[in-house]
Design a protein around this ligand. Structure first.
Ligand code: ATP
Ligand code: MG
Ligand code: MG
Ligand code: MG
Length: 488
């Protein structure tokens, strides 16, 4: 029987509640204690200090469905969105966590019981990966042995993936907790699963092997002995961190090959189709990609605004602006003539407001701020696009393939085109952009405006020092975040 995404979420949480886990509500998308992270990008992120022992909780087992954004840093899925059937900028990660409590012996049977008994996912469509070893670190034979016992699978269905870094070895950072992973992959193709196609990318319509759940066994501590020399020592109390994408599990349980066909996203894609007068799903066309991008980006927009972030020039607010302008431009290419993104964002509130009341509380802000941003961007969008096409013509007739940094900067400065938007447009026309040149132009403008500010104010040394101290003291998370992605 098919389950709604809401039922998938609650069945996950109550399964782990039944195994003694504390059910924790999703934390904010904005990391509370981690200045190196722009957005929470995994279920474990809010528990990071608990894993390292810096923070304590009254429980040693937890479960959550965590709002995540993967758009910067180590995990940046922006370019995959709309193109693959299974990557989003915003998604929910289901997870169960052990803080020095249970380990592999329990974590693996828990996952198997939930997947096959509670959810009834057919075993013959699953493959497991385990850590296959790397120089100085042995393969995870423990996990393999447990999986063999629990599943009855032979080694052909329990695949060792070697390498650090790699998909099956997780590290918190250069130093700190780390350890082997094991992943569950589901076959969404037609007919019998073909193990020999494992490892290949699924087709654009989502057929093939898809990772649904990742279990991390934090088992070692990695420390730097001398510059560049690291040592792995066993952790006295190993931990477990798991993550399963809600959208992916929902697609499996609803018999779909694309996350966009689940009840989480289908209504949003349909909304984009209705507004544009296009037919979604008619083909794997660029129009379909645009509708999926709009659906995805509308979710990110609604959820970030629900946390009080509105589009602006720096930090997280600029990331939001970039994503919104990307969605608006996709709407424009679908032929939508007037502001529309707020209507799709409203659909997000409608479909997800029960699970996330903050959407309902901020509904008015979400609508008005989304529409205002689109009105503002549409004022220059047409002229900017026209300028791009003229420039593309010039570049192509000169026989080159590069949009200059100065041009990309001018588009940003005059027409409000974020660099990555210009990059997408360029790529569609078989060109690239000069990223380094753009950054240089950006830096020059920054220096110019700071220089003139200082001159205007005819600063004394004392003032200059005070200003520097002020800047340093403001170097909190927002500043770190800006540096992090290279945007301003
Ligand atoms: P993939 O290899 O498919 O990119 P991943 O290995 O990067 O996934 P993990 O970091 O292991 O993903 O995250 C745990 C789970 O979260 C994944 O198994 C998947 O179900 C889900 N997930 C990861 N990234 C995304 C995304 N961008 N959109 C939707 N779900 C995701
Ligand atoms: Mg990934
Ligand atoms: Mg993976
Ligand atoms: Mg993974």
């Amino acid at each position: 029987s098919s389950r709604t995404a809401s039922e998938v979420r609650s069945s996950f949480l109550s399964f782990f509640k039944g195994k003694g886990h504390e059910v924790c509500p999703s934390a904010s998308l904005i990391p509370q204690n981690d200045p190196t992270l722009m957005f929470v990008n995994a279920g474990m992120a809010p528990f990071k200090d608990v894993f390292t022992g810096k923070d304590r909780r009254p429980y040693t087992r937890a479960t959550s469905s965590q709002k995540c954004i993967r758009i910067s840093g180590k995990h940046n899925d922006l370019e995959n969105v709309g193109v693959t059937a299974r990557h989003h900028t915003f998604f929910e990660m289901l997870g169960n966590f052990s803080f020095g409590d249970y380990f592999k012996d329990d974590a693996i049977p828990f996952a198997w019981e939930l997947i096959t008994k509670e959810w009834g996912i057919p075993q013959d469509r699953l493959v497991i990966t385990v850590f296959g070893g790397a120089e100085g670190v042995p393969a995870d034979d423990e996990a393999r042995a447990i999986w063999r016992k629990v599943t009855g699978f032979g080694d052909d269905r329990i695949i060792g993936i070697p390498g650090i870094p790699g998909d099956n070895f997780w590290q918190m950072g250069e130093t700190g907790p780390c350890g082997p992973c094991t992943e569950l992959h589901f076959f969404t193709g037609d007919g019998e699963p073909t193990i020999d196609t494992f490892g290949q990318e699924p087709t654009p319509d989502g057929k093939g092997w898809m990772e649904i759940w990742n279990l991390v066994f934090m088992q070692f501590n990695r420390s730097e002995q001398s510059p560049g020399v690291y040592e792995l020592a066993p952790l006295p109390k190993p931990c477990v961190d798991t993550g399963a994408g809600l959208e992916r599990v929902a697609s499996v349980l609803q018999g779909k090959t694309s996350n966009y066909d689940t009840d989480l996203l289908r209504a949003l894609v349909e909304k984009a189709a209705q507004i544009s007068g296009k037919n979604y799903g008619a083909s794997q066309s660029p129009d379909d990609v645009s509708m999926r991008v709009i659906a995805d980006h509308a979710r990110l927009t609604a959820f970030l605004m629900a946390e009080g972030i509105t589009p602006d020039r720096a930090g997280r607010a600029y990331v939001l602006r970039r994503v919104m302008r990307r969605a608006i431009r996709h709407g424009h290419r679908l032929g939508i003539q007037k502001p529309f993104l707020h209507e799709v964002a409203l659909e997000v509130v409608r479909t997800m407001g029960d699970a996330y009341p903050e959407l309902v509380e901020r509904k008015a802000l979400i609508t008005s701020a989304t529409e205002a941003e689109e009105v503002r961007f549409r004022e220059t969008l047409e002229r900017g696009l026209k300028m791009v096409d003229e420039e593309v013509g010039r570049v192509k007739s000169a026989g080159t393939q590069l949009l200059s940094g100065d041009f990309v900067f001018k588009l940003y400065d005059t027409f409000g085109f974020p660099m990555d938007l210009t990059e997408v447009i360029a790529r569609e026309r078989d060109l690239h952009i000069d990223v380094a040149g753009y950054e240089k132009a950006m830096e020059e403008q920054r220096t110019r405006s700071e220089g003139s500010k200082l001159e205007d104010e005819a600063v004394s040394d004392v003032y200059r020092k005070a200003l520097e101290a002020l800047r340093a003291s403001q170097g909190g998370s927002e500043t770190a975040a800006v540096r992090f992605t290279g945007y301003d």
